[in-house]
Structure formats: C-alpha cells, structure tokens
Design a protein around this ligand. Sequence first.
Ligand code: KG4
Ligand code: ZN
Length: 335
Amino acid sequence: MLCLGVETSCDETAVALVEDGRTIRSNLIFSQIEKHQKFGGVVPELAARCHLEVISQLVAEALREAQLSPSAVKLVAATYGPGLIGGLLVGLSLAKALSLAWNVPFIGVNHVEGHLYANFLAHPELEPPLVGLTVSGGHTQLIYMPEHGQYELLGQTRDDAAGEAFDKVARVLGLGYPGGPLLDRLAQTGQPKLTLVKHDALAGTYDFSFSGLKTAVVNLVHNSNQKGEALPAADVAASFQRHVVTVLAERTFRAVTAKKVKTLSLSGGVAANSELRARFAAEAKARGVRLYYPPLALCTDNAAMIAACGYFRYRRNGSSPLDLPVNPRLRFDAM
Ligand code: KG4
Ligand code: ZN
C-alpha cells in the first residue's frame, strides 16, 4: 500500500512516498532554514507562507521522482500536531484535499509518534515493547511503548526542548542557526570541565528541564564579556553538551530498567548528536539493550516517517475523519 506523507509542522516542507510503511520510494525535504536564519529562529507566519508556496510542487515532484501516477497512492497521511498552527493547517488541508480528489483514505499523524516511526522505517526488525526517547527542536519526550499504537508518556521537558536548548546556547556562543550541529562540532574540540548547574531539581522523575542550564551559559558569557576575558567557548560547549547527554541518559536508562525492556529507540533531530549516540551506545551495550536510531536524514523532520507512521496507524485503526482539526499542542499519550 503506497502512502503519501506530508509534514509541515515546523520549518521543513516535506513530502514522501512510502510503500507498506517500510520502503521509501521518494523523500523530499524543502528546508526553509535560510529564510529564518537572519531572525535566529523560526518565524511561524513566514514558515506557513513558505509551506504554501512549495507544497503542491513537492507532491508533483515526489510522484515524478518515484515514477508513479497519483492513482498509485492508496493513503494520504499528514501531521496534525504538535507544531506551529499555520504550517500544520497548510499540510493538513492539502492532505485532506488530495484524499478527496484521489478518493483515498486520509489519516492524521502525531509528529512525535512520527519521529519514533523513523526507526521502524530504518530497521525492519524493530518491534515493541520498547522505551523511546524523542529529542528534537520542539520536543523532549520519554515514552514506554508496550505494543504498536499504545503509549505511556513517562516524562517530558518542563520548559525548553533539548534541541531548543542546543540552538539557544549555540546562539549565545555566536555559532549561528540551527546551532545543534555546530555546537556538537565545537564541543569535540573542548573539555567538559565546567559545572554549569549543580542541582537536579527533577531528580527521581522522568521529566527534563533545560532552561536553567541555558541561563547558566548566558550568565557565563555575559560575565566574561563584562570582565573582558576570553571565553573558553569550546569548553563551555563541551560542558553544556555533557550535561544534556548525562541527564537524557540517566532518565532514559532508569526507564529501561523500570520497564524491563531490552529495546531502546532514540529519535528526533538531537539523536544526530555524536556524544549522545556514543553515550547511549555504550550504556545500552553494558546493559545488553538493543539501541536503535535512524540514519541522519531520518533523524530530523521528514515526511517519510509521517507516511510510515500513518500506514501502521491506518492498518490498526482505520482512517481519520476529514474534519480532524490541527492540534498545535497534541500530546503523545492522548491519541
Ligand atoms: O527533529 P527536528 O528536525 O525538528 C523538530 O521536530 O523540532 O530537530 C531539529 C533540532 C534542532 O534544534 C537542531 O539544532 C538539533 O535538532 N540538532 C542537533 C544536532 N543535529 C540537529 N542537536 C545537537 N547535536 C546535533 N548534532
Ligand atoms: Zn520533529
């Protein structure tokens, strides 16, 4: 069953064609990063307009690239939340229109569940039960998945998402946007010798908080500027990254032990981080846990993961109603 996936929840306009939830026939991503770069972050209204300008063209291109006609498409899936409301509306409206025009079912997909399915797309042998950590620019969620379509939200961020913290800290260090990959590279040249925050107020829970850490870096940068001292930027980057990775690993592996699972899924844009991958790989190996993460291209936002997730969801629960509204604050455990 060929599924067309549409993703417009943030600043990537993406369309993909996926066969049976496992095989990518085309996977197109139009990044708006350049348009938002001069503002140092995503401007929601601008993002929605950009989605509108390119989305129809991307659908035509995806079909052309896969050498398929619209009649081959048997299901249309689109992200309906969480995300930026304007962008979500563009993608969801297009998907509903295509479903009507082509007379095929439509299904709404939760973006964070989509990130998890990037792993099912990349690893055909992957099966629940599992613990999943999704860390991206907009989300930090730790879930337990006993079987397909069933989720227990164990913990999430109380303030900034992990990727958001990377981007903000990169900005105060003058690295540019999006800062995650740039900070990752800089951290490799520094030593994680600075203690940025001493107290973990959420210790013992599965929740995360990154805003205090971010403020600590901002204060450090301002203080050294005021005193006219050179900032050890690489050491700050390495210390910040070490702290984030340590907190993510501590919560996640505690959940793995508590839920007695042997499978761990890591997904989302921050899953591209080199130290995070290395730490999770080492800790998983020490515990005899199988760790899955997607290839880099499927870590960040894409529509192939939305098509894959939509396919599995449709197989289980059938289609979504055509009046399904967008939900910018859609939760992972309330689907
Ligand atoms: O999943 P994604 O494309 O967008 C959301 O759904 O939010 O993730 C993008 C985020 C950005 O914050 C970016 O800085 C971060 O992932 N990111 C990284 C790395 N590569 C991307 N963060 C840390 N290290 C990286 N190597
Ligand atoms: Zn995402």
